[in-house]
Design a protein around this ligand. Structure first.
Ligand code: FAD
Length: 320
């Protein structure tokens, strides 16, 4: 009997998509699946968590989890794990979940694996090495539970039609664990969908020549319609052209859109690992030998600053 838990991140507006992805995976490897949801929105998220595989949702709507860093959540999880002894706990590779998983590992002294791209059982997971060009199996050893941090978008979220029993978490939080508090939460406002959710991702690289040329990608996204978002390579994020939230790749976001348009991006393995799961890849690059073309379903060899305006013009003309 394998018991798999998912640390399900929640917000008042709903569960994180990664919680649903992890639960979908958990139900394929666990005989018993539960979710732990801590913070405002936890109880309200239970139907969605149940629908994706959690038979039990350990939930607390306590504001303390939203107002602090990972200490209270790690404390509550530690108590639940000691009581119920799951075999495996899955976390998303997000800032908050990484904080909680690290603190929990220190309390439990168990195995913590980060950056997993798949979890095949409670004893084995997979990760990518050499910039994503190789996948390796990793044995999860040591005392249970094993803790695994999984990259977002590693699995598709699929409802299974289940319902969850909600068990309210009563975990008094010691004062010393609430000393560090969030004083501000800054949400970057974006006009379109989130990069991770967009059906079309248009990503720009150094080949755009100048930060002001990112406007072309915004215009292309607007011409395509509501489901397109703009991303970037690390080279231009590091250069300060666009914020880190745009970055696609090994040290950025993983995206799996219907269409990925790489504009002036060479196709370094560290970039490719974050976008190679796209259904269709279109590359625009002036160098016919750029590695991105090896991956592309459609390649346009040309100057992005000439090609993209033409593409916008053509899309607008067809739409009207
Ligand atoms: P370049 O490699 O400089 O490529 C620019 C491309 O634009 C070239 O192919 C060129 O032919 C083309 N070009 C030039 N002018 C034009 C034009 N006018 N029209 C059309 N094309 C043109 N990178 C990431 O993206 N994401 C990551 O998460 C990431 N993580 C990393 C982690 C580590 C540990 C390391 C070491 C590196 C990481 N990198 C990452 C960096 C990665 O190795 C590359 O340096 C980076 O992806 C290159 O970005 P780029 O393609 O924009 O730039």
């Amino acid at each position: 009997m394998t018991t798999v838990w998912v640390y399900a991140e929640v917000r008042p507006e709903g569960p994180s998509p990664t919680a649903l992805e992890l639960l979908t995976k958990a139900r394929s490897i666990g005989d018993e699946v539960a979710a732990v949801a801590l913070g405002p929105g936890a109880t309200a998220a239970a139907p969605a968590l149940g629908d994706h595989g959690a038979a039990t949702v350990y939930a607390s709507d306590d504001q303390v989890y939203a107002d602090t860093l990972g200490q209270p959540a790690a404390h509550a999880l530690h108590g639940l794990i000691r009581e119920h002894a799951p075999d495996l706990v899955l976390f998303s590779t997000s800032y908050d979940a990484r904080d909680v998983a690290g603190r929990l590992q220190a309390k439990l002294g168990c195995t913590l694996m980060s950056n997993a791209s798949d979890v095949t059982s409670a004893e084995e997971a997979q990760t990518q090495i050499f910039g994503g060009s190789r996948v390796v199996d990793v044995a999860l050893e040591g005392p249970s539970p094993r803790l695994v941090l999984v990259r977002p978008k590693s699995f598709a979220a699929e409802p299974g039609g289940g319902t969850a029993e909600v068990v309210t978490v009563e975990a008094p939080i010691p004062d010393e664990l609430t000393a560090a508090r969030r004083v501000e939460r800054h949400e970057e406002t974006a006009a379109g969908p989130r990069l991770e959710d967009a059906k079309v991702v248009i990503a720009g690289g150094r080949g755009l020549q100048d930060p002001s040329n990112f406007k072309l990608l915004d215009d292309l996204a607007a011409a395509i319609g509501g489901n397109a978002a703009v991303g970037a390579s690390r080279a231009v994020v590091d250069a300060g052209w666009v914020p880190y939230s745009y970055q696609v790749g090994q040290t950025g976001k993983t995206v799996k859109p219907e269409v990925y348009i790489a504009v002036g991006i060479s196709g370094a393995t560290q970039h490719v690992v974050g976008m190679k799961g796209a259904k269709r890849i279109i590359a625009i690059n002036k160098d016919a030998d750029a590695p991105i073309f090896r991956l592309a379903d459609l390649g346009v060899v040309g100057d992005a600053l000439a090609v993209v305006p033409k593409l916008i013009e053509e899309i607008r003309a067809r739409r009207s």
